[in-house]
Design a binder for this molecule. Structure first.
Ligand code: IVH
Length: 669
């Protein structure tokens, strides 16, 4: 009897999984559901209940496994059987013709078919299926090894946990986020005082590289598959390959075309250039691939990229919009910056409503008036800027903008100091400056107080709860809870985040003070030199200037900061609150744990977060060694941007290559 019940349960579970996966596919891939959400939920609940009653029925491919299990302690690495290569780029028609020329020359053919696909802007991943069951998946990493992100990929509803046919293969594709989902997610994050993602690609990457799969499960991730790893399937063309993936019910992008010549491929590129804004997701170009797989094989790869494919990259997107107003912003140093308020437009990954106009000289040079129609783009893909004014669109109703004579926040007179492009408000207790200072102090690279963004800082100031940096450390949840925007949970989260920040090393505190000219690097140098705030504050100008890489400008600003009468009070209150005033010792083997004992490192290319010397010091501090060239004794090659021949050599010798992120992780900073 019992056995029979169990068998029935097993059969029902199998059937439920099939049905759920089918509905999941219809909903998330085909966008064509045939049952209601509540009917779907009922199926899911029934399966959860069955698996609870009969735990032996739980399985890898069960849709109940999508929700996200327990967080992982760290990422394991996975080696790609076939390297995940990058693509060569082309920016002009001519470069496409060169590519076609090379392909035809190498193959000896007079005409080659090309297959064109959208280059969706996300994160490359690889998925492994065994007999149709999703086994594991990873990021691209450095192309040779990636991170095991199986737990996170499982939460993406478009990833089938079981393929339509029981095949064993490795598929590759791009995880991305739709613009609208990205915007909605960022809106929510802003409301919760969380850090915003710069664009959908960063959001997708950040969401996939989470140790806690429940976080990933809550993010609106999607995927397109476009290729295979090693396989011996009877496929002849890339077009067949994509049709095959579709048959397995893997999501494949519909906007694709077989082209009979490079000119046709060029037409495909051109046709999407102006229409790319109509897509629900961001693309940064078109990928053009030789269609015939046997030809791909014959062409082979260079060290970095296949000879049979090329990416045609679009120039940074430009959009036309209107300047509704020009306002000024008061920064933490009192600098008054003009900002254009724009009619909102979606540009390169996010809605843009403001563009910095930098300073009045640039404003004058570009001749921007209120009411002007302008062309904008993102500089370095993040910060929007006005490229030019369309003067022919002027109607005569435009108004010129005058920089204010008084600070818009506190009303003090503003001054343009000799040799400076900016006007400044010199009032040390100007509210706008104080709020900006708190925002900077709490920012990720300074004291990293989560939940303390501009809106909360402004609120705290308005309520009189934080008028200076030290006030933050005297807040309690009871004071914060009644405030609008700060529900009880986030009030206690905020207090906890502030508490946690007390233990930060000195260099973060120093950077957080926002002393003029003292960026992250100078803060680190100063902290490492003096080790305690007490010694630093007593240092004279001469002693400061004597530190290598600390010039007279930085030294002067630091000296002035510590001499200022209000600084003494600030430090005294921070110290009383228990804020750490010292830097962990970096001398040979002292404070840092010797976690890299005996490991040999070589650096190649520029790192973003450290100079070479800093990176080397961090390695040595942990017991590791740093060499200048790759040998058999090298344990890690750390590849920064534009690494050189050392990278090639490391690969040839089978030395593990890691990027800056993995390096930081090794350091356990
Ligand atoms: S093919 C060996 N096809 O672009 C060929 N890549 O720089 C490898 N990408 O890392 C890639 N859409 O993440 C290919 N339809 C597409 C793509 C695509 C986006 C990304 C991919 C890769 C990068 C290449």
């Amino acid at each position: 009897m019992n056995k029979k019940r169990k068998e029935e349960a097993a059969a029902r579970a199998t059937q439920l999984r099939r049905e759920i996966e089918e509905h999941n596919y219809r909903y998330h891939v085909l966008d064509d559901p045939v049952i209601s959400d509540s009917e779907f939920d009922a199926l899911m609940r029934e399966l959860v209940e069955l698996e609870r009653q009969y735990p032996e029925l739980q399985s890898e491919d069960s849709p109940t496994r999508r929700v996200g299990g327990a967080p992982l302690p760290g990422f394991a690495t996975l080696t790609h059987k076939l390297p995940m290569l990058g693509l060569d780029n082309a920016f002009q028609a001519e470069e496409l013709h060169d590519f076609d020329h090379r392909v035809r020359k190498l193959t000896g053919l007079s005409a080659v078919d090309y297959f064109c696909e959208l280059k969706v802007d996300g994160l490359a991943v690889s998925l492994q299926y065994e007999e149709g069951i999703f086994l594991r998946g990873s990021t691209r990493g450095d192309g040779f090894t990636g991170e095991d992100i199986t737990h996170n990929l499982r939460t993406i509803k478009q990833v089938p946990l079981r393929l339509y046919e029981p095949v064993t293969l490795e598929v590759r594709g791009e995880v991305y986020m739709n613009r609208a989902d990205f915007e909605a997610m960022n809106k929510l994050r802003r409301e919760n005082g969380e850090a915003l993602f710069a664009n959908p690609r960063n959001a997708a990457a950040g969401s996939l590289r989470q140790l806690d799969p429940r976080v990933t499960a809550s993010r609106p991730l999607r995927i397109f598959l476009y290729g295979l790893g090693e396989h011996n399937l009877p496929l002849y063309t890339h077009a067949d390959l994509l049709d095959f993936l579709e048959r397995l019910r893997l999501p494949v992008n519909n906007h694709r075309a077989l082209c009979r010549s490079i000119d046709e491929a060029w037409d495909f590129c051109r046709s999407w250039q102006d229409r790319r804004g109509e897509l629900p997701y961001e693309i940064d170009g078109i990928v053009i691939k030789v269609n015939e797989l046997a030809l791909q094989e014959r062409l082979g790869n260079t060290a970095r990229s296949p000879r049979w494919a090329i990416a045609f990259k679009y120039p940074p997107e430009e959009k036309r919009t209107r300047v509704i107003d020009i306002r000024v912003n008061v920064g933490r140093t009192g600098a008054i910056t003009p900002v254009a308020v724009l009619e909102p437009v979606f540009l390169s990954g996010s809605t843009v409503q403001r563009a910095s106009l930098h300073n009045e000289d640039i404003l004058a040079e570009k001749e921007i008036m209120i009411g002007d129609t302008v062309i904008i783009r993102k500089a370095g893909e993040i910060i929007p800027e006005v490229v030019r004014v369309l003067k022919e669109k002027r109607t005569g109703d435009e108004r010129e903008f005058q920089m204010p004579e008084r600070c818009p926040s506190c009303g003090a007179a503003v001054h343009r100091l000799p040799g400076e492009a900016a006007r400044r408000c010199l009032n040390p207790s100007c509210p706008a400056q104080l709020v900006e200072r708190i925002v900077h102090f709490a920012s990720r690279r300074a004291m990293d107080i989560e939940g303390l963004g501009p809106a909360v800082a402004e609120l705290l100031w308005r309520e009189g709860l934080a008028r200076n940096l030290a006030d933050l450390y005297y807040l309690n949840a009871a004071q914060l809870a009644p405030l609008e925007r700060l529900a009880e949970k986030s009030a206690s989260n905020l207090v906890a985040a502030i508490e946690k920040s007390k233990g930060n090393p000195l260099h973060r505190l120093l950077f957080g003070f926002g002393i003029r000219f003292v960026g992250e690097k100078a803060a680190r140098l100063l902290a490492e030199h003096f080790l305690t705030l007490d010694r630093l504050r007593r240092a004279g100008l001469e002693e400061l200037t004597a530190i290598s890489e600390i010039g007279p400008k930085i030294a002067g600003a630091v000296y002035e900061f510590f001499q200022a009468p209000e600084t003494a009070g600030l430090l005294e209150r921070l110290e009383r609150a228990g804020v750490n005033f010292s830097e962990p010792v970096v001398e040979e083997g002292a404070a840092a744990e010797r976690t890299l004992e005996g490991k040999a490192f070589v650096f190649s290319g520029a790192l973003e977060r450290f100079t070479r010397d800093e990176a080397a010091a961090l390695v040595r501090e942990r017991g590791g060694k740093v060499a200048s060239s790759v040998s058999r004794k090298t344990d890690y090659l750390v590849a920064g941007s534009e690494p050189g021949s050392k990278l090639t050599r490391a690969r040839e010798m089978g030395v593990e290559v890691i990027d800056e992120e993995s390096f930081v992780k090794l350091l356990q900073l």
